[in-house]
Ligand binder design. Structure first.
Ligand code: 3UK
Length: 523
């Protein structure tokens, strides 16, 4: 049986085509039984281990359960589900049965859930018991037209709901360009936007990034500190291992350094996917403990830029590479990346083959080499549109191209260098200045754990950089430290770039996915 995807590996970049009738549940789920992987473990971790055969059975039962609810074709099914097998069952059961799963960030508050329930017009909502308080509050006292709400117990997954449903299910007819799933993308301002992805997008990221860049095979065991509800985690811990027939480690706990170390030693992943803040905290923890990283072949970082200093310290400490790559909810996964045999500390890397980039100036013209501008990307995994938001769709998705909202330049070797979000960039003395470059310099100082740099107007109303610092240790006098850090920055940064103000804070404002919210620090 064909799995519906036509991959032309002779052409470069690889060409990806789809048969007319195409539902991604066939190549990502059903295929594994035909390929004899029934007894192989698909999921390990906090819960019972799940083989591919059991996965297919549970997904089919879940799909039938959703059909039995009488949902309309294409109905949105919201999921507030922790990293557990139940997440897989619902996500793939919905897709296979012709519905559209919408995993939500599990760290949100009732008000956000309420908004997403209304905005999506969903017909069903499933949530893990531990998120009951906020989810249930979101349902109280309003006229949400939601037909089905289910709490799915952690340990048995969805068992009580699905055990009487048939274990046979044929994938619903679909095509590569049909709506397949959504993720809510939270911009730095405004309400989150329902980002609608089609059936084509998941296979494209798996083929171009997981296989093309990371060389993933069925021998890989993936562990992602980023949770499944985040596009980064969804690829790392679900769609990538499912594409290659590998194994995923799921853990429900918040990813502290100790939790990640324990999981790595116990379950022996071959690839670890982290975020810069966590790598920084892990490095600090490694001063006290030693950890067996011998199962790992490579580490990945995304979500925000990885400072070169963290890359170097991690390699010195563990002997492992961290490949930084930039991805987005809209493009679904990483489109510019460092490679195992082609990397450079402190840069995002090169285009993932299959994606194209343009860097534009304020007038929309391509910049000359070495100059920074707005990064536009073209590729075949980009979301179709934002739900219910024509204005944002028009300004972001421009024909085949998408505006990432990030400022980049290409260095003399052609590597893409991140400078900040477009709205975080500042002009100092008429010259564009990247908060990220200054932060990367500050982080090199041994007393600095994290740093955020924002624009602040001086007495003449001219913009200068201002730094917010989280210290590694707090036993240094602040005025001393300010002097020390100013000296440290003047050495190695262009003169106009050193921060004129230093603030020492306990923590930096961050989004639920760990991105520094610099706009909250501006004043
Ligand atoms: C920023 C980075 C510098 C950048 C994501 C991997 O982060 C992901 O998606 P989001 O929609 O955010 C997208 C924005 O985050 N960013 C992400 N990675 C980097 N900036 N260097 C990086 N390595 O501003 C981008 O526009 O939450 C990451 C895979 C899938 C993802 N969705």
């Amino acid at each position: 049986m064909s799995n519906g995807i036509i991959i032309d590996t002779v052409s470069s970049p690889v060409k990806i085509g789809f048969e007319k009738n195409f539902n991604i549940a066939v190549p990502f789920i059903d295929r594994h039984l035909e390929e004899g992987r029934g007894n192989k473990l698909a999921i390990i971790g906090s819960y019972e281990n799940i083989t591919y055969a059991r996965l297919v059975e549970k997904i089919n039962r879940t799909g039938n359960m959703l059909i039995n609810l009488g949902l309309s074709r294409g109905a949105r099914v919201l999921m507030v589900i922790q990293d557990s097998p139940g997440f897989y069952f619902l996500f793939w059961g919905a897709i296979k049965a012709g519905f559209v799963p919408v995993p939500l960030n599990t760290l949100l508050k009732a008000d956000d859930y309420n908004y997403m329930i209304q905005d999506s017009g969903c017909e069903a909502l499933f949530y893990s018991t531990i998120f009951a308080a906020e989810v249930e509050k979101s349902l109280e006292g309003n006229d949400i037209n939601l037909k089905h709400v289910y709490q799915s117990d952690e340990y048995s997954g969805l068992d009580s709901l699905i055990s009487t449903c048939s274990k046979d299910l044929k994938a619903a007819p679909a095509s590569a360009s049909d709506d397949c799933f959504w993720l809510y993308s939270s911009g730095s301002t405004g309400r989150p936007k329902g980002t609608v992805h089609s059936h084509a997008d998941i296979p494209v990221t798996a083929i171009r990034y997981a296989v093309g860049v990371l060389g993933m095979t069925e021998r890989d065991v993936c562990f992602s500190a980023a949770k499944l509800f985040f596009a980064y985690g969804l690829g790392n811990a679900m769609t990538f291992p499912l594409w290659v027939g590998g194994t995923s480690i799921l853990d429900t706990r918040a990813p502290s350094p100790n939790v990640t170390f324990e999981v790595i030693e116990r379950h022996k992943p071959t690839i670890y996917f982290g975020v810069p803040t966590l790598y920084a905290a892990q490095l600090r923890a490694l001063e006290e403990v030693s950890v067996d990283f011998s199962s790992l072949r490579v580490c990945i970082s995304a979500g925000e830029a990885l400072p070169g200093d963290l890359f170097r310290r991690w390699r010195n400490n563990t002997g492992l590479l961290i490949l930084d790559g930039i991805g987005s909810t809209e493009i679904l996964h990483i489109f510019i990346s460092n490679f195992i045999d082609d990397y450079k500390p402190g840069v995002s890397g090169r285009l993932v083959p299959g994606y194209e980039a343009r860097i534009l100036d304020e007038c929309g013209n391509e910049v000359s080499s070495g100059e920074s501008g707005e990064l536009m990307i073209k590729g075949d995994s980009i979301a179709k549109y934002y739900w219910n938001n024509e204005e944002k769709t028009k300004s972001t998705m421009q024909g085949d191209w998408i505006n990432t909202g990030d400022t980049y330049y290409q260095d003399e070797e052609g590597y893409f260098v991140y400078c900040g979000r477009n709205d975080d960039m500042m002009k100092v003395g008429g010259i564009w200045c990247s908060p990220f470059e200054i932060e990367a310099k500050l982080i090199e100082h041994p007393k600095v754990l994290e740093a955020a740099v924002v624009a602040r107007a001086d007495a003449d109303n001219l913009i200068k950089p201002e730094a917010y610092i989280v210290l590694n240790e707090v036993n240094t006098e602040e005025s001393e430290l300010t002097k020390e850090l100013a000296e440290h920055c003047k050495d190695g940064l262009a003169r106009y770039k050193f921060p004129r103000w230093f603030n020492f804070v306990k923590e930096l404002p961050k989004t639920a996915t760990g991105k520094i919210q610099r706009f909250k620090l501006r004043h």
